[in-house]
Design a protein around this ligand. Structure first.
Ligand SMILES: NC(=O)c1ccc[n+]([C@@H]2O[C@H](COP(=O)([O-])OP(=O)(O)OC[C@H]3O[C@@H](n4cnc5c(N)ncnc54)[C@H](OP(=O)(O)O)[C@@H]3O)[C@@H](O)[C@H]2O)c1
Length: 285
């Protein structure tokens, strides 16, 4: 029950009413028996810094941050962890004694999801398709956590090059266009779709960003799109016998890291996943 004693965290975004963060985080708080609650607060584009200031004033304990505020919030925070300093974006704020510290849990969330599914990217050759905000945090985290070689493929090659520049200094990275994606896919261990291709309700619904013929049974195929949960890309990967990881895995594990930052406790990922699946009207698998 929410009471005067309840510690409040909020997810901010524009739009934000579709966010799965409140159901995941509130399930985790309830599971841990914590007197905490998350609400979703619509914050207009351009008001991210004002939202940090307002949250600090009102004693909000932390923020989860979605589009379009990730860069504004990173800039507005009093402190930034090393990854936020490198990428210039944040998806999490912790308020401690009035000071706001910004973190980003997206890329590490995906790597955690892979590790917990038995697919540590350390030492692996990885193809990352897409070069947007999500891809940048994934390239940074995968190379920091030991991926042997990463190739970024994108429709706009200049963006692939910018994304590859987010890699850890010691990593082997390259950037290509989508024309060569099939050849490269055949020579890697892990293929990750970070584009919105295949997402329900878009022009590319039903489309594949990597030709199905390039997929192998030895691959781990990851899609960070989670609507639908079984994207066309994952269906094609499953058909050739490849291991797959759906987009909810990343969403859940980045939220687990947010819980650790806010509460210093680690909730079971399964609690958050079950809550998210329930909100999506899907059964657990
Ligand atoms: N599971 C999770 O936790 C999680 C987290 C974050 C994001 N996501 C999902 O990941 C996707 C990307 O998010 P983002 O924030 O990185 O978006 P973004 O910054 O807008 O980047 C979009 C990417 O998709 C590419 N793209 C879009 N339409 C395409 C098409 N028709 N053909 C080929 N490439 C296309 C873009 O290529 P260009 O550069 O050429 O335009 C770009 O690389 C979204 O579906 C989002 O919902 C999931």
């Amino acid at each position: 029950m929410i009471a005067a004693s309840t510690t409040v965290v909020a997810v901010i975004g524009d739009p934000v009413r579709h966010s799965l963060s409140p159901v995941m985080h509130n399930a985790a708080f309830a599971h841990a028996g914590l007197d905490w609650a998350m609400v979703a607060l619509p914050v207009r584009a351009g008001d991210g810094a004002a939202a940090v200031s307002a949250a600090r004033t009102m004693g909000v304990a932390g923020l989860a941050v979605t589009m379009p505020h990730k860069a504004d919030v990173a800039a507005a925070a009093d402190h930034r962890d090393a990854t936020v300093q490198r990428l210039g974006v944040a998806n999490t704020v912790v308020f401690d004694g009035g000071a706001a510290t910004a973190y980003t849990t997206d890329g590490d969330g995906l790597v955690d999801a892979m590790v917990s599914a038995g697919h540590d990217p350390a030492g692996a050759r990885v193809l990352i398709v897409g070069a947007g905000g999500a891809a940048r945090s994934i390239v940074e985290a995968m190379t920091r956590r030991g991926a042997r070689a990463v190739t970024v493929a994108n429709r706009t090659v200049a963006r692939a090059e910018e994304c590859a520049a987010c890699a850890d200094a010691d990593a082997s990275v390259g950037a290509i266009g989508l024309d060569d994606v099939g050849d490269v896919a055949a020579a890697v261990d892990i293929v990750v779709n970070t584009t919105s291709v295949g997402m329900a309700g878009t022009d590319s619904e039903g489309a594949l960003v990597v030709p199905a013929a390039a997929l192998r049974p030895e691959h781990l195929v990851v899609d960070i799109v989670y609507h639908p949960l079984q994207t066309p890309f994952l269906v094609a990967a499953d058909a050739v016998g490849a291991a797959t990881l759906d987009g909810l895995a990343m969403l859940v594990h980045q939220a687990v890291r947010q819980q650790m930052l806010w509460t210093s406790q680690t909730p079971p990922a399964s609690v958050l996943r079950t809550a998210a699946l329930g909100a999506l009207g899907l059964a657990d698998s």
